[in-house]
Design a protein around this ligand. Structure first.
Ligand code: SF4
Ligand code: SF4
Length: 203
């Protein structure tokens, strides 16, 4: 029989003293490595509802629904499906909200008995066109764009009026006094199609 080398002998003695390298789970809670890629989690405060994460997800683990008739006002429901996710991190990498709207956590205990627990969701307020009622974007997304482009936002009435409304400095009475063949529509928050039509059409 070949005699062990000194280095292997030292390693064996060290292992005997230190005990097993593996964790004592389930007797002791397992602490994953800080870079472990676990369950992605949404941050409702930071997310602006742009859907870039849904766009880049390679397996369709993110979906959304625009709930126009919600009793608390129109909302966008963004949902993450744990049972489909492959924890690749593309959603976090593409998140326009400083990679904070959705983030991989180190949550790895993802087994469940009820399929309803396999998804998590958040809600974001939607901005609808004040003429035709179609979806423009999430209110936080419009705010994000306005902040990104700075003073250029003044060139877009939709961004400009959204910002004024959010700051509470829009005089709603202006709409009732401007009964002037459609001109009052120009000071509303409009989708691109209605903006074009109200700009080029005189009733
Ligand atoms: S981690 Fe990857 S698979 Fe999971 S939701 Fe994000 S992009 Fe989709
Ligand atoms: S802000 Fe980030 S998390 Fe929210 S919808 Fe956009 S990409 Fe997804």
């Amino acid at each position: 029989m070949r005699l062990p080398k000194i280095r292997e002998l030292i390693e064996a003695i060290r292992a005997l003293i230190k005990g097993p390298y593996t964790s004592k789970f389930p007797r002791e809670a397992h602490k994953p490595h800080p870079n472990f890629r676990g369950q992605p989690k949404y941050n409702e405060e930071k997310c602006v509802g742009c859907l870039a994460c849904e766009e880049v997800c390679p397996v369709g683990a993110i979906g959304h629904q625009d709930l126009i008739g919600d009793k608390d006002g129109p909302k966008r429901r963004i949902e993450h499906y744990t049972d489909t996710c492959i924890f690749c991190g593309q959603c976090e990498a593409a998140c326009i909200a400083g990679h904070e709207g959705i983030k991989l956590s180190n949550d790895w205990e993802l087994s469940f008995f009820d399929r309803k627990q396999s998804s998590e969701h958040i809600h974001k307020d939607l901005q609808l066109c004040e003429l035709c009622g179609s979806v423009i974007a999430c209110k936080d997304h419009l705010k994000w764009i306005a902040e990104k482009i700075g003073e250029l936002a003044y060139s877009s009435p939709t961004l400009y009026f959204s910002r004024l409304k959010e700051l509470g400095i829009v005089d709603e009475n202006i709409l009732s006094v401007m009964k002037d063949y459609g001109r009052s529509d120009r000071v509303k928050i409009l989708c691109a199609r209605c903006r074009r039509e109200t700009t080029f059409t005189t009733k």
